[in-house]
Design a protein around this ligand. Sequence first.
Ligand code: ATP
Length: 507
Amino acid sequence: QEDVFKKLVAHCKEYGFVFQSSEIYDGLGAVYDYGQLGVELKNNIKKYWYDAMVKLNENVVGLDSAIFMHPTTWKASGHVDAFNDPLIDNKDSKKRYRADVLIEDLIQKIEGKIEKEVTKAKKRFGESFDEAQFKSTNPRVLANQEKINTIHTRFAKALNDNDLEDLKQIIIDYDVVCPISGTKNWTDVRQFNLMFATEMGSTADGANTIYLRPETAQGIFVNFLNVQKTGRMKIPFGIAQIGKAFRNEIVARQFIFRMREFEQMEMQFFVRPGEEMKWFEYWKDFRMKWHKSLGMGDEKYRYHDHEKLAHYANAATDIEYRMPFGFKEVEGIHSRTDFDLSQHQEHSGKKLQYFDPELNKNYVPYVVETSIGVDRMFLSIMAGAYTEDEVEDAKGRKETRVMLKLPAALAPVKMAVLPLLKKDGLPEKAREIVNTLKFDYNLQYDEKDSIGKRYRRQDAIGTPFCITVDHQTLEDHTVTIRYRDTMEQERVAIADLEKILEEKVSM
Ligand code: ATP
């Protein structure tokens, strides 16, 4: 599975989906650029989300708030005091780690031991092997499971109590070694704020420390009344926005899964106090359906309900996707009570309340939010789409075909138009087709190399359809359409192409 991930990262670069930022200077940690195809896929993801949230829901409207916000915003939201990661350094390698990630790795290692036992037993017992029964009776498995449970409980408590000494003690007690130096020579654990700070104004006249926003949500909260009043919105209603967020993440790995500059798609839904659980369930279901509607396979998604809640939340769940490195969060759905609006009300001294005509009273609304990372979504789609199958080339030799089985609605290129030969008026005819469709769809014209090679190139970037223009086209105005997934071909009229695209590609 790790192998698949490596191939995926290489594929993203080779075909112009994702590049390392400032690559000619050897890159910048956990920052990436989207190339010519990446930007198309990313824009399609954003449109697919925005349309589903804003266009399909009459009571959800959009917003585009600034990245810079008044510094008090982050005091009120709790980010200045509590948006921290616990860090620990290894004294020999001088490498810095997130304490919680070291502990997660430790748990994964023990889980690996359990898996090994299971695989061994499977081999030994063959057909008759009952995995559940084995796991509940084998003493070595039970001991390791017990160990995991103890670490989990102790770790959750230490994090919750902000007990930095015990976080360090867990690392020592379970003999965690530095992956680089291999030693256990650890410093104390300390808290590290994840916000990037900069200065606004010149220092001479007293510059203000301001932060790059670590989430887009706060721009929505501070605009709650502006939008409610000017849009004459009635509760329940939502505000949605897509925008960049910045976090000084310490663990920079797993490609675009965890970045320092990334993009979020967030929606805050304002509801009557007491009705938040109903709406939490509603959005939980709505969002899962949105993911599954892409057709990547329902079994790749699951909920992960949080037992341990942040102080402001009364319910929280993640939607996880099965990445090549395990099930991982792509989206969070949180019931945030009236925490944020109340905090901003207190810090700004401005009332952030809604007059409910039906109840005939004022209140601070409760909020249910859905928050998804564009880049993580991108990664999950690419991981799910990356496929290798065996096909025969023109001479009947077997070869591996690399294909991106992207949902047609998200594919960067919707259709490739290919003249069979570079002569006899075929290129001109092909260009004519491109010209009639290019305003509505992103198309590619390609005349270089053999037709087989051109098909492979389109498969590798996930183009759902290839159109081939041949001599018959000039006679009867038909072309061959080739389907990426099945490689089947059929003849269709040029006049029908637009209908086909509209049916299969439109969002
Ligand atoms: P994690 O536990 O993975 O750090 P989180 O719980 O802090 O994530 P939220 O604050 O709930 O994440 O952010 C909402 C969404 O934003 C996440 O589900 C994820 O898709 C995305 N996201 C958060 N941090 C990053 C990051 N550093 N890089 C890319 N996407 C991110």
